[in-house]
Design a protein around this ligand. Structure first.
Ligand code: 3HC
Length: 655
């Protein structure tokens, strides 16, 4: 038979008695109404054709099926519903085998689970990432997965949303065989099992699991959920699979899916999903091609530079690290190698990738080695003179088309660029520490940055697996400016009567992993203190200024490292310190402030408003391109809970 079309997005062709059904719904073969229709029509055809012995389902392009169509959420549901399609697949009289050519995610993984066999290609992956969207699987994932892989592994996968590669899938019992040509192998399997009793996932008994292991897996998921509802719900449903019939479990799952899909948490996480896809896209870069980058120079191989080097090496680039002395270069190389070793130990990197990365690294004490670099990133001490001297020097060393990037956190990159002969080649790449781990990168579009330089910086950061957010020049860029406003407001409330521990408790109960005063103690109080002292002369005396942090520093309380800050850590834990309470009371009294009580709600509302107001100012000044970029910065750099959508989202739709 010539290729048959079952719907706009689903076609099929018969190969030696097997109907190979291909879903072609770019960009990710999401299970839109048309795809579901097409699948049903293909099954009708396969059932009615005596010469078809089985079916293989695959996806066109590099993805198998990226899940339900997220854009359909919130719209009236259209038949056939996905659970009905999967019920039809599972109970189909002829074998239906999933030829998993690429990612099988969410509903896509559920399609594979309902099939009678799963053959992944080498680029395949299986995952139920619904919790990352604030929902649970809605088409049998929580019920069929444990029947194949057991309760503990299903808790892990559904509760964290993590994907597994073919080898792990095979080990878990999720994949039958890994194949270079999954379609051919799936067709082969369909032929082999045709006419025999089929292995229907829903009919399998959930393997008995050790209670202690189930409890441990549950605890692990819940401890990371921090107030987010969906991971706990996913775990509950998986555990229910051991006790309920398939029908009962599916009904419970569907009801939970619908309830969560309409929740605020899901709306917030959908916002984050689409925000990430929109980030880094700018009208002014439409049609601008990034320059090619192969060799990256990194000046300064301290903690930050080494982290940047690790991220750059593991993304496949050649790296030339530069230090001032041979000893410092040797230490830098060791630091980078140590970080790569750690990545191998923690399973984030294979030993082979580490060795390849090291083979692409040189660290020298001679800046002239930067001549062949396409991009040079400086990660030296954050001091204007140090940086401008370096950039002037680099300007004379690198090729005319090389890009110079500064990793400054607080300095004005326009001032750094202005000291070079070619300011149009200068851009900011503000990595967050540890740079090999943190996804957020603020890409600073300076006054003179050429569009293709900005496009190159964005493409480079993306290749590193980072989440690049474009930002204009302002003190502290997007993140630190909002953080300053957040911190200022928290200090105002403490001066007015809230205790630091009350502020932290309110934030932590709301979803932050750590309250702001605990974060400040972790980061250390002395840098901000030094900055305040530097800026003291320029301060507007009419502006409200809280002196409590200065008093803490004067008392030698620099935060966690010194054992004392806003809290006392001498016991190894964060503890409220009566000395701090007394110091705060004295500061209030000195200003004649009569302390008042603050509720947790008021604390959170005021802090959110402070962040959102500063965000609005950044938008008005043109520093941030869109509100959702601000949300991403605060979520990925400052612990803002993703399931609350970020400060702009949270304040635009208060609960
Ligand atoms: N529905 C609708 N659109 C989707 C989508 C989905 N499930 N997944 C991705 N897209 C869109 C993106 O918004 C983007 O659109 P844009 O080009 O207009 O910005 C485009 O597809 C490409 O996406 P990416 O940039 O993310 O492409 P990548 O190649 O980097 O990644 C992917 C592909 C791994 C599939 C990634 O897109 C992804 O993780 N998607 C979400 C997967 C997911 O969460 N699925 C579960 C959905 S919920 C579900 O299935 C419920 C079920 O249980 C009933």
């Amino acid at each position: 038979m010539a290729a048959a079309r079952f719907s706009e997005t689903v076609t099929g062709d018969v190969r030696d008695g097997v109907l190979v059904v291909t879903i072609d719904n770019p960009p990710v073969n999401a299970l839109s109404a048309d795809v579901r229709d097409g699948l049903m029509a293909a099954l009708d055809h396969a059932e009615a054709s005596a010469d078809i012995v089985g079916v293989a389902v695959t996806g066109a392009g590099r993805i198998f099926i990226g899940g339900a169509d997220i854009r359909e959420f919130g719209k009236p549901p259209v038949e056939p519903h996905l659970p009905d399609v999967l019920d039809r697949i599972e109970n189909f009289p002829k074998p239906v085998i999933a030829a998993v050519n690429g990612a099988a995610l969410g509903g896509g993984c559920e399609v594979a689970l309902a099939c009678h066999g799963r053959i992944p290609g080498e680029k395949a992956s299986f995952g139920l990432p619904e919790v990352k969207l604030g929902i649970v699987p809605g088409a049998g994932g929580t019920q069929r997965l444990p029947r194949l892989v057991g309760i503990p592994a299903a808790i892990d996968m559904t509760g964290t949303g993590r994907s597994v590669k073919p080898e792990e899938a095979a080990r878990l019992g999720l994949a039958d065989k890994i194949a270079a040509d999954p379609v051919a192998e799936a067709a082969q399997l369909a032929r082999a099992v045709a006419g025999t009793p089929l292995r229907r996932t829903g009919a399998l008994t959930v393997p008995v699991a050790d209670v202690a292991i189930v409890e441990a897996a549950t605890k692990k998921v819940l401890s990371k959920a921090r107030g987010q509802a969906s991971p706990g719900e996913a775990v509950r449903l998986v555990r229910a699979a051991a006790e309920m019939s398939l029908k009962g479990g599916l009904a419970e799952e569907r009801a939970t899916f619908i309830r969560l899909r309409d929740s605020r948490e899901a709306a917030a996480l959908r916002h984050v999903f689409f925000a990430e896809r929109a980030a880094g896209k700018l009208d002014k870069l439409e049609g601008v091609a990034p320059r090619e980058v192969k060799i990256v120079g990194i000046v300064g191989t301290g903690l930050m530079g080494a982290g940047i080097a690790v991220a750059t090496l593991t993304a496949g680039y050649r790296v030339v690290g530069v230090e001032q002395t041979a000893e410092a270069a040797a230490a830098g190389r060791n630091r980078i190698a140590g970080m790569l070793d750690k990545a191998v130990e923690s399973g984030r990197l294979s030993a082979a990738s580490r060795d390849e990365s090291l083979a692409r690294l040189t660290v020298v004490a001679d800046a002239a080695e930067l001549t062949p670099a396409d991009l040079v990133i400086e990660a030296v001490f954050d001091d204007l003179t140090v940086k401008t001297d370096l950039f002037r020097k680099l300007d004379g060393i690198v090729r005319a088309d090389a890009i110079l990037a500064t990793n400054t956190s607080y300095l004005n990159p326009d001032e750094i660029a202005a000291t070079t002969a070619h300011p149009e080649r200068v851009v900011g790449l503000h990595f967050f520490s540890p740079a090999n781990i943190m996804r957020l990168t603020e890409v600073v579009d300076c006054k003179a940055t050429a569009p293709d330089v900005l496009a190159t910086a964005l493409a480079f950061a993306k290749k590193l697996g980072k989440l690049p957010i474009v930002c204009g020049v302002t003190e502290g860029f997007i993140g630190n400016r909002i953080y300053s406003a957040y911190r200022r407001e928290a200090e105002f409330m403490v001066e007015d009567g809230a205790e630091p521990q009350e502020v932290d408790a309110a934030l932590e109960a709301w979803g932050f992993p750590m309250g702001i005063f605990t974060v400040n103690d972790m980061a250390g109080l002395e840098i901000a203190w030094a900055k305040r002292k530097r800026q003291a002369a320029m301060r507007d005396p009419k502006e409200r200024y809280v002196e409590i942090p200065d008093r803490l520093c004067e008392a030698g309380r620099f935060g966690r490292k010194s054992g004392r800050g806003w809290y006392d850590y001498s016991s190894g834990h964060r503890a409220v310190d009566p000395q701090v309470t007394a110091l705060i009371e004295t500061a209030r009294a000195a200003k004649g402030i009569v302390p008042r009580r603050f509720s947790s709600e008021e604390i959170v509302a005021r802090l959110l408003k402070a962040m959102a107001d500063e965000g609005s100012a950044l938008l008005a000044e043109g520093i941030a391109a869109r509100a959702s970029d601000i949300d991403l910065v605060m979520i990925n750099g400052y612990g803002f809970p993703a399931y609350k959508g970020g400060p702009m989202f949270a304040s635009a739709s208060p609960s």
